[in-house]
Design a protein around this ligand. Structure first.
Ligand SMILES: [Zn+2]
Length: 188
C-alpha cells in the first residue's frame, strides 16, 4: 500500500497500555503516524482517538490515529536502567543539596566520593548542580555538611513513571488529555 502521497508531518499518536494508561510518561510514549498505522494494520492496537488529517491512497482512506491502546498489556520491568536520564528523573531534575532546578547546571555527585571508595550506583549517585558539586568536592557528606534531600536508592519503574508525570511535554494534543493527569493527581 503506497501512502506517501499525502503524508502529513508530525501527527504522533499517544500510545496507551492495555489499561489505557500511557506506556510511559516521561518521555511520553509517542509513535510516529507511520508506526501507529503499521500497528493498526498488524492488529496490535486499537484506535482510541483520531486526528482530522487522513492518509489516502487510490483505494484507501483513513484518519490518522491520535491515541492508540495496545491490545496486550505490557508489564513494566521492575528495575529501570541505571542511566543519567533516569537518575535525573528519580531526583526530579533537582539538585539534591540546594534544590536548584536549573537544568543547565545539573550534573551528578558521588555522595561518598570516588576517592573514598564511593561507587557509581543508584545508592551513591545523586543529581546535583555544578556549584554544589564543586563545593562538596572530594569530601564526605558529614565533612562538607551537605546531605542529599532524599537518600538515594534504586527506584522502581512505577516511581520513575510517577516522577515523569510532573514533566508534561511541550505539546499535548487535546485528544491526549483524557489519558494524562499532569495536574490533577500530582503530589503537592
Ligand atoms: Zn545545588
Amino acid at each position: 500500500m503506497q501512502m506517501t502521497a499525502h503524508a502529513p508531518d508530525g501527527c504522533p499518536a499517544l500510545v496507551l497500555n492495555a489499561d489505557y494508561r500511557p506506556l510511559s510518561y516521561f518521555p511520553l510514549s509517542l509513535w510516529s503516524w507511520q508506526d501507529a498505522l503499521k500497528a493498526v494494520f498488524l492488529d496490535r492496537v486499537e484506535v482510541v482517538a483520531e486526528y482530522e488529517r487522513e492518509v489516502r491512497s487510490p483505494s484507501f482512506k483513513m484518519k490518522l490515529p491520535s491515541v492508540v491502546s495496545l491490545k496486550t498489556y505490557v508489564r513494566h520491568s521492575r528495575s529501570p536502567a541505571f542511566t543519567r536520564f533516569n537518575v535525573f528523573l528519580r531526583d526530579s531534575f533537582t539538585c539534591q543539596y540546594c534544590g536548584s532546578t536549573e537544568r543547565d547546571l545539573l550534573t551528578f555527585d558521588h555522595v561518598v566520593p570516588r576517592s573514598k571508595g564511593g561507587r557509581t550506583t543508584w545508592e551513591n549517585i545523586v543529581a546535583a548542580c555544578s556549584p554544589c558539586n564543586l563545593r562538596k568536592g572530594g569530601r564526605m557528606p558529614r565533612e562538607a555538611r551537605m546531605f542529599p534531600a532524599r537518600t538515594p536508592a534504586r527506584p522502581t519503574m512505577f516511581e520513575l513513571n510517577e516522577r515523569g508525570r510532573a514533566f508534561p511535554p511541550n505539546y499535548l494534543h487535546e485528544s491526549w488529555r483524557d489519558f494524562l493527569y499532569w495536574d490533577s493527581e500530582l503530589e503537592p
